[in-house]
Design a protein around this ligand. Sequence first.
Ligand code: ACO
Length: 321
Amino acid sequence: MVYSKIIGTGSYLPEKILTNADIEKIVETSNEWIIERTGIHRRHIAAEHETSLTMAEKAAREAMADAGIVPADIGMIIIATTTPEKMFPSTACHLQERLGIAGCPAFDLNSAACAGFVYALSIADQYIKSGAIKTALVIGSEVMSRVVDWTDRTTCVLFGDGAGAVVIGASDEPGILSTHLHADGTHKDVLSLPVSIGKPMEVEEELFIKMTGNQLFKLAVNILGNLFDETLKANGLQRSDIDWLVPHQANIRIIQAMAKKLDLPMERVALTLEDQGNTSSASIPLALDKAIRDGKIKRGEMLLLEGFGGGLAWGSALIKY
Ligand code: ACO
């Protein structure tokens, strides 16, 4: 049996940091409100010259160095992003050109929002397991600061910029054990970035993220609880078999509820929320890379990755690291 295994990780965060105190000067909010309701203290913001592409390249090169491979070894590039370089060519094709590896499939996964990384990982995993490719570069990269309305306090305090990357490669040893993906379009209006290509833009507000936060909060807790049950059952595992939760970093209260559901102490949750905010599809690979580089996640441990976002779209990946 062929598995895909994580063989390298990397990340990139822009230098500029925006603290809650900085945001207090932009909208009517407070450091206390933001910390209490979200768990976020600060977030990184891309400089003018930085884009999803430039950040993806930095994270990808770090992940390839970690995996001990060169660009020519890559058999597929997928970039999960809701803030692509252009509508097309894809951010992944731009990156492919920069890496000098024309020929392999390269595409963006724009549509699963904060679940994008898990969706992308699932696709790459299927290609490796089928024997079609041997190695894939899977990236989440976002400049959320360019799609939030900086006059809307209900959303602008939440998001940050950055990129995370993983290299997965074919292996005889267990690696990615399962992925479970779902979507429910009946909740399409709870969270959206309604900019439309199909019709002329009516109001400038369509350029920005819209979210009914408290409704999304309740949906997320419910959906993720069921997702964990499904993932464990499909693998014949118990909660106690999970060593690490690597969640999408949206809100500390959602993450705490999920850790409780798994009976995991918060020390066993890969967390970046406090310093990075919600970086949408970049948040899971960023958290994974940090926990590995900090020496927390170790080889052989069982990881549960979960993401959810606009669509609604959500998914999990169970991984023996
Ligand atoms: N500062 C101060 N007050 C605020 C702020 C702010 N930044 N934002 C909202 N408030 C006020 C509201 O106006 C409201 O005031 P009111 O009671 O006078 O009407 C009050 O705070 C409570 O608002 P709620 O929205 O009910 O607050 P809640 O506790 O739900 O927290 C939050 C809001 C943080 C957005 C939370 O609902 C949340 O995290 N939801 C989930 C978001 C999420 O998971 N996103 C993930 C997907 S992202 C993606 O896919 C791109």
